[in-house]
Design a binder for this molecule. Structure first.
Ligand code: PGA
Length: 250
């Protein structure tokens, strides 16, 4: 009932030329694959090219971030209307690298989330605890607060479009993936909080992806968990064959 999403987050990697070379190799490898929704998140400089090159395929591309306003004196920012104008229909919000290195807050994520929904853009909102918080047994509280802040005043009908990613910060780019049971437990907490904020029906329908050192070797055991509805893949999404193997997990 929840169609899985396998998303590649390219972070600050790949020029437009490299992005198009990736697609040339990747599209034939996943041609006809309809079990999972396949998403790519290139840098802003490559996004329009990737969108154009993937038109009519089973792959969609979105932005790694956006502002919540349509225009204004905000150097370095891209607006929802600008994303829509190039055909982008997805955006990553609240990624931990935005939170850690660029002072992103969940109050701002909330504004961006509302703007995305108003513009018909599907937001993939990231949540996740730091290692110290996990060791301090704070994981559940941290996740609940993050979800509550990001979803403030979002109605059940607005949340219909929402996709969520659980990305424990200690697992991102470290090679140490969360054990499937650990991830499942966190997904359960997030789903409970979604139900609290937007109702049980919305919570049951919302896809919750796992992110943090996903590889071809661990995707199957993660996807076997009932509350894991896909993956947000960083490093392993940069190589066409590796990412295709993740998409085609068994
Ligand atoms: P990783 O990154 O797969 O390289 O750990 C995941 C992410 O940051 O979304």
């Amino acid at each position: 009932m929840r169609k899985p999403v396998i998303a590649g987050n390219w972070k600050m990697y790949k020029t437009p030329k490299e992005s198009l070379a990736f697609l040339d190799a990747f599209l034939p490898l996943v041609e006809g694959h309809g079990r999972d929704e396949i998403l790519l998140f290139p840098t802003m400089s490559s996004l329009a090219y990737v969108i154009e090159a993937s038109l009519g395929t089973n792959v969609c591309a979105g932005a790694q971030n956006m502002h919540w306003l349509n225009e204004g004196p905000y150097t370095g920012q891209t607006s929802p209307t600008m994303l829509v104008s190039i055909g982008a229909r997805h955006v990553l919000l609240g990624h931990s690298e935005q939170r850690l290195y660029f002072s992103e807050t969940y109050e701002r994520v909330n504004l961006k989330l509302k703007a995305a929904i108003n513009h018909g853009i599907t937001p993939i909102v990231c949540f996740g605890e730091m290692l110290a918080e996990r060791e301090d047994l704070q994981t559940a509280d941290v996740l609940r607060t993050q979800v509550r802040t990001a979803l403030r005043n979002i109605s059940a009908s607005e949340a219909r479009r929402l996709v969520v990613a659980y990305e424990p910060i200690w697992a991102i780019g470290t090679g140490s993936t969360a054990h499937p049971d650990v991830a499942e437990q966190a997904h359960g907490i997030i789903r409970q909080e979604l139900a609290h904020c937007c109702g049980l029906e919305t919570a049951e329908k919302t896809r919750i992806l796992y992110g943090g050192s996903v590889k071809p070797e661990n995707i199957s055991s993660l996807m076997a968990q009932p509350d894991i509805d896909g993956a947000l893949v960083g490093g392993a999404s940069l190589v066409p064959t590796t990412f295709a193997n993740i998409v085609k997990y068994e």
